[in-house]
Design a binder for this molecule. Structure first.
Ligand code: 4AD
Length: 460
């Protein structure tokens, strides 16, 4: 059965691409095998229709069965129901129905695993909140199947972009002693005696990426990161995946150019390669998402300084919940106003933030008040990317650690990079689940990752 299942997978893709150049008609006459899960089953007096899906694409294969098919008794006796796993052999024939060009005329059906009548993912539409309580079964729905495939495509496109541009992927550690962001939002992982010092789950692979960038030039990480922040919002997770490129011999402008090129590349990639799933999102999740993403893939992004952004927000005459004044951290409502209203849906890169609200490693600007930091803001999400040029001057970096009362000894190896062949360098971090939200239209970040980790939620 194994090889036949593989053979089917290849064929289902071709058979089921709707509206494409190949709608399966050239497969008519072939005998194929389908292995998947029953989505629906409709028994009429002389014929039974079973829609099967194996997750390789959105479309189901319609299988048409009459009483002469081997195994028909299992259908007739009600053993095969929604949710059951089955194996079907049949011939591809032109379909009489309007929904598909071809269907499968079944010769043989085998029940692989029956499904209890309590199966919670029935045909009727169920809410995404409900499905979060069934995280082990939700990938069998259209929405979560499509999100998983597009998430996969975004991950593939991420590696493709960086590899094609000469970056080397490095694995940064998950267990670490240093707090990259210095914000004290780390999960503690072990007792003191194992590592002989406190150890934590990483909040960012950046400091480790810098060590490799100052040897291999351009590198990137792509791995899980963890934040013990008690944020119950639609864009915060306690465990999320981050993509962190680090560029040597580069400044903030190079960093912004890389972030823009990266985002445009991955967006273009899914528009070109995930058409069926993107059409589904366009119809059912966010109307107009294809146009929105197509525009992002093509237009220049807006760039403005933090100081100009504050001025714009003050002049906006909009009632914000959080007060706007120079020195404040931009809140989600401010970020969304800038990208959605002030610049009509265009991504906005805000740069040169006050040093007091940014991390210790960012390069100080000549004005003494701001640092060479940038955040990329996008509609519906707010901050998608946070990055900066790093402080490569030893005396400035040590001064900043002292100002923030961070222990120099804990960062001895990071400071060493400034002792030996220091070089201007810059990088950024992109929260992968926020990118999945942006690219699929799902409103809640809990639906952009297979098993969300949020305060009080670690069941699956
Ligand atoms: O702005 P952040 O905290 O930056 C860093 O961690 C830097 N060390 C990155 C770097 O320069 N290499 O986080 C970067 C991005 C944010 O823009 C956001 O997209 C995402 O990570 N992010 C989160 N995503 C989901 N849940 C959370 N709790 C997140 N916190 C940050």
């Amino acid at each position: 059965m194994g090889s036949k299942v593989g053979e089917f997978r290849k064929k289902l893709k071709i058979v089921d691409v709707k509206g494409g150049p190949n709608e399966g008609l050239d497969r008519v006459g072939l005998m194929i095998v389908v292995a998947g899960w029953v989505r629906t089953l409709r028994a009429q007096s002389s014929v039974t229709f079973i829609e099967v899906n194996d997750g390789s694409c959105l479309s189901n294969m319609q299988c048409v069965m009459t009483s002469d098919a081997e195994g028909y008794d299992q259908v007739k006796s009600g053993l095969i129901t929604t949710g059951a796993s089955i194996w079907i052999q049949g011939n591809v024939v032109p379909s009489q129905g309007s929904k598909q060009k071809v269907e499968l005329k079944v010769n043989k059906i085998v029940l692989v695993g029956k499904s209890d009548p309590s199966y919670p993912i029935q045909k009727k539409r169920v809410s995404r909140e409900f499905l979060r309580t069934k995280a082990h079964l939700r990938p069998r729905t259209n929405t979560f199947g499509a999100v998983a495939r597009v998430r996969n495509a975004l991950a593939y496109a991420t590696h493709k972009f960086f590899q094609e541009n000469g970056f080397i992927w490095i694995s940064s550690p998950i267990i670490t002693a240093s707090d990259c962001e210095g914000a004290g939002e780390q999960f503690c992982v072990t007792t003191l005696d194992f590592f002989e010092k406190p150890a934590f789950l990483t909040v960012s692979g950046q400091l480790n990426a810098e060590t490799y960038a100052t040897a291999l030039s351009n590198v990137y990480t792509f791995g899980p990161t963890f934040r013990a922040e008690n944020s119950n919002t639609s864009r915060h997770l306690a465990e999320f995946w981050m993509i962190e490129p680090e560029l040597a011999f580069a400044d903030l402008k190079d960093d912004m150019a890389c972030a823009t090129a990266y985002l445009q590349y991955v967006v273009r990639y899914i528009l070109d390669n995930c058409k069926e799933d993107m059409d589904f999102f366009n119809t059912w999740i966010e109307k107009g998402i294809i146009d929105r993403l197509s525009t992002v893939a093509e237009r220049d992004f807006v760039q403005l300084s933090y100081t100009d952004a504050i001025e714009l927000l003050i002049k906006a005459k909009k009632k914000f919940e959080f007060l706007v004044k120079w020195g404040c951290d931009l809140q989600s409502e401010h970020e969304r106003y800038l990208t959605e209203e002030a610049f009509g849906g265009c991504p906005v890169i805000v740069s040169d933030y006050p040093k007091e609200i940014k991390a210790f490693y960012m390069r100080q600007n000549d004005d003494g008040r701001t640092v060479a930091a940038m955040d990329m803001l996008v509609p519906r999400i707010g901050e998608l990317i946070g990055g900066s040029q790093r402080e490569e001057r030893l005396e400035y970096l040590e001064g900043r650690l002292d100002e923030l009362k961070l222990n120099r000894d804990s960062y001895w190896w990071y400071l060493d990079l400034r002792h030996y062949g220091s070089v201007p360098h810059a990088g950024f971090g992109l929260g992968f689940e926020r990118l999945v939200q942006f690219a699929t239209g799902v409103e809640n970040i809990r639906d952009a990752i297979p098993f969300p980790r949020t305060p009080g939620s670690v069941e699956f």
